[in-house]
Design a binder for this molecule. Structure first.
Ligand code: SIN
Length: 555
């Protein structure tokens, strides 16, 4: 029985004050959204990109490590596939992974052709590095540790050179408008600030591509920017789409620890720093990753995050340390210039000092359930990138597979969407219950989720979280962006906590202290969440474990 809040089926908002039309609306402006827009523009008459901040904001911009693809000598898609499946701890969709790794190399070459400048050796060979869970050097990077910023720059430049793509910035996607058949008829937006289009408006359209990123703001500390408040997932859930495997939230092991009161986006210390030789130590200087996994400090992310958390609990410390002094000043300046500046800005010189690190929320491996072409179950609604659950990440995303997923699956959406474009449809009368919670619940919600549904979970803690979320849901709010974001966070937190309570096992990034083992006999498969007329419903759908003979290696 759910102890969670009753979730609104629609956000309370004013009547649209303006209307426009586009064949396809792309929501989000990271690698997934801009790739979809650039590929669709020659195939449909009008593409509109909407983004909550400016075009260059969002998670892609912050990606450090890089983009994984089998591009190096001796590497093959099959090896990349194996590492992805092992990291995913049996919960990947094997076909989706095969597509990712086989289409990945061409997709990256095309990104380079679009203008993204990746790092090369003096001889002109693409530089590749290694991160957790990879058995080969296969991470292409740019500007040392500024890969996302360079990709974003190149894609925004391509959009700027495409005047036929309309862009609306500072626009929160509120809800889908649904036709009589339950498919897409349009989308409502709230445009913030003065401008040609101000306030709530409606875009009548034939398809929506959600590429709105993740849900990091559900937790008090995250590597995600402030815009990552689960809006796309919540909107899709309200429109009738299935959210899959929300319990699989990845905590990045090495996020710079800034003290107990530091909230919101925290500085990431890329796994690539460990890929280049840095290692973790406790307060006594012990290298505690040794002996925990064959890859030691470069074990898959869930293994390292759990080992750090365990050592923090055992020793009563709020963080552990990353020792990267041996890289030396010259290497730091060339290879990790952004991280070097960030550490120094926070008073730590990583060339001579240890960096305090602790796990923080980094990536949602679950999301809007899609097929191999990015289709959700709602006709005309597609999803790509972090907002989607295409099946490639399973219970724990392999490092640097996220940019690749956005690239590969946006290309696939652009292949099928024009061939199956719906006719413009009238929005059906909509009498679904509306609601909005107070913006002020946000920090309390984040504290509850961090405490009870974060790295380490239990049935008691998750039940407490759901009770507390119910109490927060009672605090009704004024309509406006902050309240809509808070309502989306509450919706996603509820579905996440319910899914985490249902899955009574430990697998990948889902760690239950009351069910400490992976349990394929009962829990190989997926947790699907949907919002029906009677409220939030969850079912477990069995599927064979996909990590084959190496099962358990990453758990
Ligand atoms: C990192 O650089 O450690 C993050 C890369 C990723 O999340 O894939």
């Amino acid at each position: 029985m759910s102890n969670g809040p009753t979730l609104p089926a629609r956000l309370t908002s004013g009547e649209p004050g303006w209307t426009t039309e586009a064949d396809v609306v792309v929501v989000g402006s990271g690698i997934a959204g801009l790739t979809a827009a650039l590929r669709l523009r020659h195939q449909v008459e009008k593409v509109l990109v909407v983004t909550k901040d400016v075009l260059s904001s969002g998670s892609t911009q912050w990606a450090q490590g890089g983009i994984a693809a089998a591009l190096g000598p001796g590497d093959t898609p099959e090896q990349h596939e194996r590492d992805t499946l092992v990291a995913g701890a049996g919960a990947c969709d094997a076909e989706a992974v095969r597509i990712l790794v086989t289409e990945g190399p061409d997709a990256v070459r095309e990104l380079i052709a679009t203008g993204a400048n990746f790092d090369h050796s003096p001889e002109g060979v693409l530089s590749l590095t290694r991160e957790g869970g990879h058995h080969r050097d296969r991470i292409a990077h740019a500007g040392g540790d500024a890969t996302g910023a360079e990709i974003q720059r190149a894609l925004v430049a391509a959009i700027d050179a495409a005047p036929d793509i309309e862009v609306i910035e500072h626009a929160l996607a509120v809800d889908l408008l649904l036709a009589e058949d339950g498919g897409v008829a349009g989308i409502t937006l709230h445009v913030m600030g003065e401008g040609q289009r101000d306030g709530v408006g409606a875009v009548r359209c034939r398809a929506v591509v959600l590429a709105s990123g993740g849900l990091g703001q559900v937790f008090s500390q995250t590597t995600n920017p402030a815009v990552s408040s689960g809006d796309g997932m919540a909107l899709a859930l309200r429109a009738g789409a299935v959210l899959r495997d929300l319990e699989f939230v990845q905590f990045h092991p090495t996020v710079m620890y800034l003290g107990p009161d530091s909230m919101g986006q925290q500085p990431l210390i890329s796994e690539a720093v460990r890929g280049e030789g840095a290692f973790l130590v406790d307060f006594e200087g012990n290298r505690f990753m040794q002996g925990q996994h064959e890859l030691a400090d470069l074990a898959p992310r869930d293994v390292v995050a759990k080992a750090i958390t365990r050592r923090m609990h055992e020793t009563g410390h709020a963080h552990m340390w990353l020792d990267a002094r041996q890289l030396g000043l010259e290497f730091w300046e060339k290879r990790f210039p952004t991280i070097l500046v960030t550490c120094r800005a926070h008073g730590v010189d990583p060339v001579t000092e240890l960096i305090p690190v602790a796990p923080a929320c980094h990536y949602a491996s679950g999301g809007v359930a899609t097929d191999l072409w990015g289709r959700s179950g709602v006709p005309g609604l597609y999803a790509t990138g972090e907002v989607a659950c295409s099946g490639v990440h399973g219970a724990n995303r392999l490092a640097s597979n996220s940019l690749l997923e956005g690239l590969v699956f946006s290309r696939r959406i652009a292949q099928v969407l024009p061939t199956e474009l719906r006719a413009y449809a009238e929005p059906a009368p909509d009498d679904r219950e509306t609601g909005v919670v107070a913006a002020e619940v946000r920090p309390d919600l984040q504290a509850v989720m961090t405490e009870q549904a974060g790295v380490l979970r239990s049935a008691d803690g998750l039940t407490t979280a759901l009770h507390e979320l119910s109490a927060l849901a009672e605090k009704g709010g004024e309509i406006g962006t902050a309240s809509w974001e808070a309502t989306n966070l509450l919706t996603i937190s509820t579905a996440l906590a319910e899914a985490a309570r249902l899955r009574e096992e430990t697998r990948g990034s889902h760690w239950r202290e009351d069910f400490p083992d992976r349990d394929d006999a009962h829990w190989a498969g997926h947790v699907d969440s949907r919002l029906t007329a009677t409220g939030l419903e969850q079912d477990f759908r069995r599927a064979p474990a996909t990590d084959g003979p190496t099962a358990g290696g990453a758990a």
